[in-house]
Write a protein that binds this ligand. Structure first.
Ligand code: ADP
Ligand code: MG
Length: 378
């Protein structure tokens, strides 16, 4: 695991009153944000997420309260200096339309006075990091990019000066669901390497569960309704409002947080390699009282499920029905459940070389959900 490069952020009694508004938009917001984690602010539109986030880099000046970033008093710093030390990515990327990709990504390094060569090298490194080929993209303008590519450039720009803190305000809100999924996966991959302190705003609870180490569910005026890990919030919402926000299927959402490696695999299924004699295999099945078997190739990779009645003749070649989607130990339990439902039976788990490791049974998945619930409600 990479070292944490992020720093802790503390907000104490942070309040924002917009001129002419009777009620504050954010009222006495107090929170400690862990270094090196992704912390999500999730809540309905207008609840104050953007206002709260923008007070951290002082794009919006707080009316009251204290903010420290890595122990430093953010409100006593020069706001321009502060903003150069905090990456910021927003919906629709917010790229400068008249600047090339290279110029967009290099904005903060240039403001920091980096020379041309260092800036150029950094820009190329950042484009690589977000999966864009520098040779192809450096000279393009934002309008020549797809939505997903613009968003990647936005992330590259936010990371260019290697800030310890990254603020992301609904950054993937404007792209199609498939691109959004890819961008989320990439952010998680990046973060495993970079370990920044990321504050991420969304109104999509599923996105919060997928990305967050901690989630703050916010209500009106950024009141914190619950601040905990996704696991704990899903298992035990603090009140009806949070429960409503978590939505239906909280238990099923928990399955996206668990991996096949977190559960014990069943090795109950009978197996046979394709080159074994059907008579021998049949004897073995009868002795163990099993009706089904999994037929493997010579490298123990799963091929087909067979019924004892099909085990006859002089070879197992072609016997049974092909195994459908396999899952790996890295797959989520949701993937495993999907495989169980489409297969109509146990999900077959394979290792890195495709070799058979065991199966996941429906009962195991159900038991795991129950166990989680018990843990979080006791
Ligand atoms: P969110 O990001 O959760 O949708 P915002 O932080 O943008 O919420 O807004 C919180 C509240 O503050 C809303 O009621 C909004 O109308 C109000 N607000 C936001 N910006 C301003 C502004 N510049 N002037 C006055 N009211 C504002
Ligand atoms: Mg907003």
């Amino acid at each position: 695991m990479a070292e944490t490069t992020g720093v802790e952020i503390q907000l104490e009694g942070v309040t924002k009153r917009y001129p002419g508004q009777r009620e504050p938009a954010v009222d006495g917001f107090t929170m400690k944000i862990n270094p090196g984690e992704i912390t999500i602010f999730v809540g309905p539109s207008g609840c104050g997420k953007t206002t709260t986030m923008r007070m951290i880099n002082r794009l919006i000046e707080p009316t009251g309260g204290r903010i420290t970033i890595g122990g430093e008093d953010a409100l006593s710093l020069n706001p321009d200096d502060l903003r150069r030390r905090i990456g910021y990515a927003i919906q629709q990327a917010g790229l400068f339309p008249h600047l090339t990709v290279a110029q967009n990504v290099g904005v903060v390094p240039r403001l920091l006075g980096w020379d041309k060569r260092r800036t150029r090298a950094r820009v190329e490194e950042m484009l690589d990091l977000v999966g864009l080929d520098p040779g192809e993209f450096l000279g393009r303008f934002p309008r020549q990019l797809s939505g997903g590519q613009q968003q990647r450039v936005g992330v590259a720009r936010a990371l260019a000066a290697d800030p310890p803190v990254l603020l992301m305000d609904e950054p993937f809100g404007a792209v199609d669901p498939i691109t959004r999924g890819n961008l989320q996966d990439e952010l998680m991959r990046l973060q495993a390497e970079l370990r920044k302190t990321i504050v991420f705003v969304t109104h999509d609870f599923d996105e919060a569960v997928k990305l967050g180490d901690h989630i703050a569910v916010l209500g009106d005026r950024s009141r914190i309704l619950q601040y905990d890990t996704p696991e704990a919030i899903l298992a035990n919402p603090a009140d009806d409002t949070v429960a409503g926000f978590v939505g239906a299927g909280a238990s099923l959402k928990q399955l996206t947080l668990l991996r096949v490696r977190d559960i014990e695999l069943s090795t109950e299924s009978a197996t046979a390699t394709e080159d074994e004699s059907p008579a021998e295999v049949r004897k073995r099945l009868e002795a163990s009282g099993k009706t089904f078997l999994l037929i493997l190739d010579s490298q123990r990779r799963p091929l087909r499920w067979g019924h004892i009645r099909q085990v006859s003749g002089d070879s197992l070649a072609g016997v049974g029905t092909p195994v459908g989607d396999r899952v790996s130990t890295q797959s989520t339990l949701q993937d495993a459940l999907e495989a169980i439902l489409t297969e109509g039976g146990d999900a077959v788990v394979t290792g890195s070389r495709g070799e058979y490791l065991g199966t996941v049974q429906l009962d195991t998945v159900v038991a795991k959900i129950r166990e989680l619930r018990a843990e979080h409600t006791s």
